[in-house]
Design a protein around this ligand. Structure first.
Ligand code: CTP
Ligand code: MG
Length: 220
């Protein structure tokens, strides 16, 4: 069984508002990207890594992986206009023989090794994909303009994170449908795939705004 990681790092980081793409914003002494690359490279579960870099930043991304000595990184491609497109482009670099693809957001730098194990285990029990999720603490409402349309029942809601693990051929087929979604699991669900939820981890907090950089630093 070979497990390939796809690291989605190609976003521009509009909401962070740095003078460079989010993956190269500073987290401590290093670019944000360094943390997830280091952790994936050190993972006992991961055999190889493909990075989707911000267009024009492939070279700095490669230099960074060399500096880090991240030998599992086999290639670094320019990402696309959307997250799904970036994953699609990176997955094209994953060999046909790969058994499993683990998709992770570079915007979630703190990746605990045990979560990688948790998302991989159910793939041998007939699941197409596995995602980490956390119970939702707040009440979630659907809103149109500023008017509440619906209050969702909190019971049964989970906030989903990455890493998300998939049988590689299933993910490939789902991405070929050229749909768009904020996570890969939704594309697999859309074609009837079975996705399991396992326990997520608070430390997998996604860096979206400036405040999140400080919050994530506390978990380093
Ligand atoms: N991503 C990507 N390619 C894109 C858009 C997003 O690889 N075209 C990646 C980001 O690099 C990030 C993850 O998907 O690791 C989650 O996206 P998000 O947090 O929205 O990051 P950005 O799109 O960069 O931020 P923003 O939406 O604020 O511009
Ligand atoms: Mg985005």
């Amino acid at each position: 069984m070979s497990v390939w990681a796809v690291l989605a790092a190609a976003g521009s980081g509009e909401r962070l508002g740095a003078d460079r793409p989010k993956a190269f914003a500073r987290l401590g002494d290093a670019p944000l990207l360094a943390e997830s690359v280091t952790r994936l490279d050190a993972s006992d579960w991961i055999d190889a890594i493909v990075i989707a870099a911000p267009p024009g930043w492939e070279e700095p991304a490669i230099l960074l992986t060399e500096e880090l000595g991240a030998g599992k990184v086999t290639s670094c491609v320019a990402g696309g206009a959307t997250r799904a497109e970036s994953v699609r482009l990176a997955l094209a670099e994953v060999p046909e023989e790969a058994t499993v693809a683990v998709v992770h957001d570079a915007a979630r730098p703190v990746l605990p090794e045990e979560v990688v194990g948790r998302v991989l285990a159910p793939l041998s029990e007939g699941w197409d994909g596995v995602v980490p999720g956390l119970p939702v603490a707040d009440t979630v409402k659907r809103v149109r303009r500023d008017q509440v349309v619906e209050t969702l029942e909190r019971e049964g809601l989970v906030a989903v994170q990455t890493p998300q693990a998939f049988l590689a051929p299933v993910l490939r087929a789902a991405l070929a449908d050229s749909g768009e979604a904020s996570d890969c699991a939704a594309l697999v669900e859309a074609r009837g795939g079975r996705i399991k939820v396992v326990a997520g981890d608070r430390r997998l907090l996604k860096v979206t705004t400036r405040d999140d950089l400080a919050a994530v630093s506390a978990y380093l």
